[in-house]
Design a protein around this ligand. Structure first.
Ligand code: SF4
Length: 313
Protein backbone atom coordinates (compact mmCIF):
# COMPACT_ATOMS: atom_id res chain seq x y z
CA UNK A 1 0.00 0.00 0.00
CA UNK A 2 1.24 3.52 -0.79
CA UNK A 3 1.68 5.69 2.31
CA UNK A 4 0.31 9.19 1.87
CA UNK A 5 0.99 12.05 4.31
CA UNK A 6 -1.18 12.22 7.44
CA UNK A 7 -2.09 8.53 7.08
CA UNK A 8 -4.59 9.33 4.34
CA UNK A 9 -5.35 6.86 1.59
CA UNK A 10 -5.14 9.54 -1.07
CA UNK A 11 -2.85 12.43 -1.85
CA UNK A 12 -4.60 15.38 -0.20
CA UNK A 13 -3.81 18.87 -1.47
CA UNK A 14 -4.76 20.49 1.84
CA UNK A 15 -2.39 18.18 3.75
CA UNK A 16 0.35 18.85 1.18
CA UNK A 17 -0.06 22.63 1.52
CA UNK A 18 -0.17 22.48 5.32
CA UNK A 19 3.02 20.41 5.43
CA UNK A 20 4.78 22.55 2.83
CA UNK A 21 3.82 25.97 4.19
CA UNK A 22 3.17 25.00 7.83
CA UNK A 23 -0.22 26.70 7.88
CA UNK A 24 -3.58 26.81 6.19
CA UNK A 25 -4.00 28.86 2.99
CA UNK A 26 -7.50 30.30 2.91
CA UNK A 27 -9.06 31.49 -0.35
CA UNK A 28 -11.07 34.73 -0.63
CA UNK A 29 -13.15 34.83 -3.82
CA UNK A 30 -13.31 38.04 -5.84
CA UNK A 31 -15.12 39.03 -9.00
CA UNK A 32 -12.68 41.21 -10.95
CA UNK A 33 -15.19 41.90 -13.71
CA UNK A 34 -13.79 39.49 -16.30
CA UNK A 35 -16.08 37.93 -18.88
CA UNK A 36 -15.66 34.76 -20.87
CA UNK A 37 -14.98 34.10 -24.58
CA UNK A 38 -17.61 31.39 -24.48
CA UNK A 39 -20.21 34.01 -23.59
CA UNK A 40 -19.18 37.16 -25.44
CA UNK A 41 -19.15 35.56 -28.90
CA UNK A 42 -15.35 35.28 -29.36
CA UNK A 43 -15.64 31.50 -29.10
CA UNK A 44 -19.39 31.04 -28.66
CA UNK A 45 -22.43 32.61 -27.08
CA UNK A 46 -24.52 31.26 -24.24
CA UNK A 47 -21.61 29.72 -22.37
CA UNK A 48 -21.18 26.16 -21.15
CA UNK A 49 -24.58 24.57 -20.68
CA UNK A 50 -24.02 23.94 -16.95
CA UNK A 51 -22.67 27.41 -16.16
CA UNK A 52 -24.28 29.79 -13.70
CA UNK A 53 -21.61 31.95 -12.10
CA UNK A 54 -24.12 33.48 -9.69
CA UNK A 55 -24.41 30.14 -7.92
CA UNK A 56 -20.77 30.33 -6.81
CA UNK A 57 -20.52 34.02 -6.00
CA UNK A 58 -20.39 35.01 -2.33
CA UNK A 59 -22.36 38.20 -1.62
CA UNK A 60 -19.24 40.34 -1.11
CA UNK A 61 -18.04 39.48 -4.67
CA UNK A 62 -19.33 42.38 -6.66
CA UNK A 63 -17.37 43.68 -9.67
CA UNK A 64 -18.77 47.14 -8.85
CA UNK A 65 -16.48 47.14 -5.78
CA UNK A 66 -12.69 47.35 -5.95
CA UNK A 67 -10.72 44.15 -5.43
CA UNK A 68 -9.41 45.65 -2.17
CA UNK A 69 -12.93 46.26 -0.89
CA UNK A 70 -14.07 42.74 -1.83
CA UNK A 71 -11.04 41.23 -0.11
CA UNK A 72 -11.52 43.32 3.03
CA UNK A 73 -15.17 42.26 3.26
CA UNK A 74 -14.17 38.65 2.60
CA UNK A 75 -11.51 38.82 5.32
CA UNK A 76 -14.06 40.05 7.86
CA UNK A 77 -16.33 37.13 7.01
CA UNK A 78 -13.59 34.46 6.95
CA UNK A 79 -11.90 35.60 10.16
CA UNK A 80 -15.20 35.06 11.99
CA UNK A 81 -15.66 31.64 10.40
CA UNK A 82 -12.11 30.26 10.65
CA UNK A 83 -10.26 31.13 13.84
CA UNK A 84 -6.94 29.77 12.49
CA UNK A 85 -7.24 30.92 8.89
CA UNK A 86 -3.45 31.18 8.39
CA UNK A 87 -2.61 33.10 5.22
CA UNK A 88 -4.98 34.39 2.56
CA UNK A 89 -5.03 33.92 -1.19
CA UNK A 90 -7.20 36.02 -3.49
CA UNK A 91 -9.27 33.63 -5.60
CA UNK A 92 -10.15 34.98 -9.04
CA UNK A 93 -13.01 32.57 -9.49
CA UNK A 94 -16.00 33.53 -11.67
CA UNK A 95 -15.68 33.67 -15.46
CA UNK A 96 -12.27 33.46 -17.20
CA UNK A 97 -9.68 35.28 -15.16
CA UNK A 98 -6.93 35.43 -17.78
CA UNK A 99 -9.22 36.78 -20.48
CA UNK A 100 -7.68 40.24 -20.99
CA UNK A 101 -4.42 41.84 -22.10
CA UNK A 102 -1.27 40.96 -20.18
CA UNK A 103 -0.92 44.60 -19.01
CA UNK A 104 -4.45 44.59 -17.59
CA UNK A 105 -3.91 41.20 -15.93
CA UNK A 106 -0.69 42.42 -14.35
CA UNK A 107 -2.48 45.46 -12.89
CA UNK A 108 -5.34 43.36 -11.52
CA UNK A 109 -3.17 40.63 -9.98
CA UNK A 110 -0.81 43.19 -8.45
CA UNK A 111 -3.75 45.07 -6.96
CA UNK A 112 -4.67 41.88 -5.12
CA UNK A 113 -1.11 41.05 -4.08
CA UNK A 114 -0.56 44.55 -2.66
CA UNK A 115 -3.29 44.06 -0.03
CA UNK A 116 -1.88 43.45 3.46
CA UNK A 117 -2.48 39.83 4.65
CA UNK A 118 -2.67 38.53 1.07
CA UNK A 119 0.10 36.03 0.27
CA UNK A 120 -0.92 34.85 -3.16
CA UNK A 121 -3.49 34.41 -5.89
CA UNK A 122 -5.50 31.55 -7.35
CA UNK A 123 -6.46 32.20 -10.97
CA UNK A 124 -9.28 30.20 -12.50
CA UNK A 125 -9.62 30.16 -16.27
CA UNK A 126 -10.26 28.23 -19.48
CA UNK A 127 -7.44 26.34 -21.20
CA UNK A 128 -7.92 28.40 -24.38
CA UNK A 129 -7.35 31.63 -22.42
CA UNK A 130 -3.68 31.13 -21.57
CA UNK A 131 -0.62 31.78 -23.71
CA UNK A 132 3.14 32.05 -23.20
CA UNK A 133 3.00 35.74 -22.19
CA UNK A 134 0.28 35.23 -19.59
CA UNK A 135 2.03 32.18 -18.18
CA UNK A 136 5.28 34.15 -18.01
CA UNK A 137 3.47 36.83 -15.99
CA UNK A 138 2.13 34.23 -13.54
CA UNK A 139 5.54 32.63 -13.34
CA UNK A 140 7.16 36.01 -12.54
CA UNK A 141 4.60 36.64 -9.80
CA UNK A 142 5.21 33.17 -8.40
CA UNK A 143 8.83 34.13 -7.61
CA UNK A 144 7.60 36.23 -4.68
CA UNK A 145 4.04 34.99 -3.98
CA UNK A 146 1.98 31.83 -4.00
CA UNK A 147 0.42 31.47 -7.45
CA UNK A 148 -2.01 28.69 -8.36
CA UNK A 149 -3.56 28.31 -11.80
CA UNK A 150 -6.84 26.39 -12.18
CA UNK A 151 -8.13 25.36 -15.61
CA UNK A 152 -11.35 23.60 -16.55
CA UNK A 153 -10.89 20.31 -18.39
CA UNK A 154 -14.39 19.01 -17.55
CA UNK A 155 -14.16 15.98 -19.85
CA UNK A 156 -11.55 14.05 -21.81
CA UNK A 157 -14.23 13.21 -24.41
CA UNK A 158 -14.80 15.70 -27.24
CA UNK A 159 -18.37 14.42 -27.67
CA UNK A 160 -19.14 15.66 -24.12
CA UNK A 161 -17.27 18.96 -24.56
CA UNK A 162 -19.33 19.57 -27.68
CA UNK A 163 -22.62 18.69 -26.02
CA UNK A 164 -21.94 21.09 -23.13
CA UNK A 165 -20.95 23.86 -25.59
CA UNK A 166 -17.57 24.13 -23.94
CA UNK A 167 -16.02 25.76 -27.02
CA UNK A 168 -12.73 23.85 -26.92
CA UNK A 169 -11.60 20.28 -27.29
CA UNK A 170 -9.62 18.02 -24.96
CA UNK A 171 -6.39 18.56 -26.90
CA UNK A 172 -6.57 22.27 -26.01
CA UNK A 173 -6.61 21.35 -22.31
CA UNK A 174 -3.61 19.05 -22.67
CA UNK A 175 -1.64 21.73 -24.55
CA UNK A 176 -2.47 24.41 -21.95
CA UNK A 177 -1.25 22.24 -19.07
CA UNK A 178 1.88 21.29 -21.02
CA UNK A 179 2.61 24.98 -21.65
CA UNK A 180 2.04 25.84 -17.96
CA UNK A 181 4.35 22.99 -16.91
CA UNK A 182 7.21 24.65 -18.81
CA UNK A 183 6.83 27.62 -16.43
CA UNK A 184 6.77 25.31 -13.38
CA UNK A 185 3.39 26.70 -12.35
CA UNK A 186 1.25 24.92 -9.79
CA UNK A 187 -1.76 23.84 -11.85
CA UNK A 188 -5.09 22.26 -10.97
CA UNK A 189 -7.53 20.68 -13.42
CA UNK A 190 -11.26 20.86 -12.86
CA UNK A 191 -13.19 17.73 -13.86
CA UNK A 192 -16.88 16.74 -13.91
CA UNK A 193 -18.09 13.20 -13.24
CA UNK A 194 -21.53 12.19 -14.46
CA UNK A 195 -21.90 14.07 -17.74
CA UNK A 196 -24.71 12.92 -20.05
CA UNK A 197 -23.51 10.54 -22.73
CA UNK A 198 -20.59 9.19 -20.68
CA UNK A 199 -20.88 5.69 -19.29
CA UNK A 200 -19.49 4.86 -15.84
CA UNK A 201 -16.77 2.81 -17.62
CA UNK A 202 -15.76 5.78 -19.76
CA UNK A 203 -15.55 7.95 -16.65
CA UNK A 204 -13.29 5.44 -14.93
CA UNK A 205 -11.18 5.25 -18.09
CA UNK A 206 -10.79 9.03 -17.98
CA UNK A 207 -8.81 8.76 -14.70
CA UNK A 208 -5.96 7.13 -16.62
CA UNK A 209 -6.14 9.72 -19.41
CA UNK A 210 -6.12 12.61 -16.90
CA UNK A 211 -3.12 11.08 -15.15
CA UNK A 212 -1.07 11.71 -18.30
CA UNK A 213 -1.60 15.48 -18.08
CA UNK A 214 1.27 17.31 -16.36
CA UNK A 215 -0.92 18.99 -13.74
CA UNK A 216 -0.22 19.01 -10.01
CA UNK A 217 -3.74 18.66 -8.65
CA UNK A 218 -7.31 17.81 -9.60
CA UNK A 219 -10.68 19.09 -8.44
CA UNK A 220 -13.52 16.62 -8.97
CA UNK A 221 -17.18 17.55 -9.09
CA UNK A 222 -20.22 15.35 -9.42
CA UNK A 223 -22.51 16.76 -12.13
CA UNK A 224 -25.12 19.01 -10.54
CA UNK A 225 -27.97 20.56 -12.48
CA UNK A 226 -28.18 24.26 -11.69
CA UNK A 227 -31.46 26.14 -11.94
CA UNK A 228 -31.96 28.26 -15.07
CA UNK A 229 -29.05 26.85 -17.10
CA UNK A 230 -29.23 25.35 -20.59
CA UNK A 231 -28.43 22.02 -18.98
CA UNK A 232 -31.47 22.42 -16.73
CA UNK A 233 -33.64 22.67 -19.88
CA UNK A 234 -31.89 19.69 -21.47
CA UNK A 235 -32.31 17.70 -18.25
CA UNK A 236 -36.06 18.38 -18.28
CA UNK A 237 -36.36 17.55 -21.99
CA UNK A 238 -34.12 14.45 -21.98
CA UNK A 239 -34.17 13.07 -18.42
CA UNK A 240 -33.15 9.60 -19.58
CA UNK A 241 -29.83 10.93 -20.86
CA UNK A 242 -28.80 11.86 -17.33
CA UNK A 243 -27.54 9.31 -14.84
CA UNK A 244 -26.80 11.62 -11.95
CA UNK A 245 -24.91 10.20 -9.01
CA UNK A 246 -26.87 9.65 -5.84
CA UNK A 247 -24.74 10.17 -2.76
CA UNK A 248 -23.97 6.53 -1.89
CA UNK A 249 -23.08 5.62 -5.46
CA UNK A 250 -20.84 8.68 -5.75
CA UNK A 251 -18.89 7.89 -2.58
CA UNK A 252 -17.99 4.50 -4.06
CA UNK A 253 -17.39 5.88 -7.53
CA UNK A 254 -15.05 8.61 -6.28
CA UNK A 255 -12.95 5.94 -4.56
CA UNK A 256 -12.90 3.76 -7.71
CA UNK A 257 -11.91 6.80 -9.80
CA UNK A 258 -9.14 7.68 -7.39
CA UNK A 259 -7.78 4.11 -7.50
CA UNK A 260 -7.04 4.76 -11.19
CA UNK A 261 -5.31 8.14 -10.75
CA UNK A 262 -1.54 8.48 -10.60
CA UNK A 263 -0.58 8.52 -6.93
CA UNK A 264 1.36 11.82 -7.04
CA UNK A 265 -1.64 13.77 -8.37
CA UNK A 266 -2.93 15.89 -5.48
CA UNK A 267 -6.67 15.82 -4.81
CA UNK A 268 -8.02 19.29 -4.19
CA UNK A 269 -11.69 18.29 -3.95
CA UNK A 270 -13.77 15.17 -4.42
CA UNK A 271 -17.16 16.83 -4.81
CA UNK A 272 -18.86 20.14 -5.51
CA UNK A 273 -21.46 22.05 -3.53
CA UNK A 274 -24.07 24.09 -5.38
CA UNK A 275 -26.07 26.26 -2.92
CA UNK A 276 -29.47 24.64 -2.33
CA UNK A 277 -31.59 27.48 -3.82
CA UNK A 278 -29.82 26.92 -7.16
CA UNK A 279 -29.71 23.11 -7.08
CA UNK A 280 -32.17 21.10 -9.19
CA UNK A 281 -30.55 17.66 -8.91
CA UNK A 282 -29.15 15.46 -7.48
CA UNK A 283 -30.27 16.38 -3.99
CA UNK A 284 -28.05 14.76 -1.39
CA UNK A 285 -29.63 16.54 1.56
CA UNK A 286 -27.92 18.85 3.98
CA UNK A 287 -24.39 17.51 3.70
CA UNK A 288 -21.42 19.77 4.08
CA UNK A 289 -18.30 19.03 2.05
CA UNK A 290 -16.27 18.02 5.10
CA UNK A 291 -18.90 15.35 5.88
CA UNK A 292 -18.73 14.03 2.30
CA UNK A 293 -14.94 13.91 2.67
CA UNK A 294 -15.16 11.91 5.88
CA UNK A 295 -17.52 9.44 4.20
CA UNK A 296 -15.14 9.05 1.25
CA UNK A 297 -12.21 8.48 3.61
CA UNK A 298 -14.27 5.83 5.41
CA UNK A 299 -15.01 4.16 2.05
CA UNK A 300 -11.29 3.94 1.29
CA UNK A 301 -10.80 2.20 4.65
CA UNK A 302 -13.74 -0.17 4.24
CA UNK A 303 -12.55 -1.22 0.79
CA UNK A 304 -8.95 -1.38 1.97
CA UNK A 305 -7.84 0.54 -1.08
CA UNK A 306 -5.94 3.74 -1.94
CA UNK A 307 -5.23 6.28 -4.68
CA UNK A 308 -3.26 4.76 -7.53
CA UNK A 309 -3.90 1.12 -6.57
CA UNK A 310 -5.15 0.38 -10.10
CA UNK A 311 -3.09 3.03 -11.89
CA UNK A 312 -1.22 1.73 -14.90
CA UNK A 313 1.74 3.76 -16.11
S1 SF4 B 1 -15.88 28.85 -19.52
FE1 SF4 B 1 -16.46 29.10 -17.38
S2 SF4 B 1 -17.40 31.13 -17.24
FE2 SF4 B 1 -17.29 30.60 -19.40
S3 SF4 B 1 -19.30 29.76 -19.86
FE3 SF4 B 1 -17.94 28.04 -19.35
S4 SF4 B 1 -18.15 27.67 -17.14
FE4 SF4 B 1 -19.05 29.69 -17.62
Amino acid sequence: MIKFPSDRRYNSLSVYLREKYMHRLQKISVNAGFTCPNRDGSVAVGGCTYCENKAFNPSYCDPGKSIKQQVEEGLLFLRKRYKNAGEFMVYFQPYSNTYDSVDKLETIYNEALAIPDVSGIVVSTRPDCVDEEKLQLLSDLSQSHYVFLEMGIESVFDKSLKRMNRGHDFKTSVQAFEMAAKYSLFTTGHYILGLPGESREEMLESAGILSEIPMKAIKLHQLQIVKGTEMHKDFENNPNDYKLFEREEYLDFAVSFCERLRPDLLIDRFAGEVPLPYLIAPKWGLFRYDQVMQMIEKRFEERNTWQGRLYEE
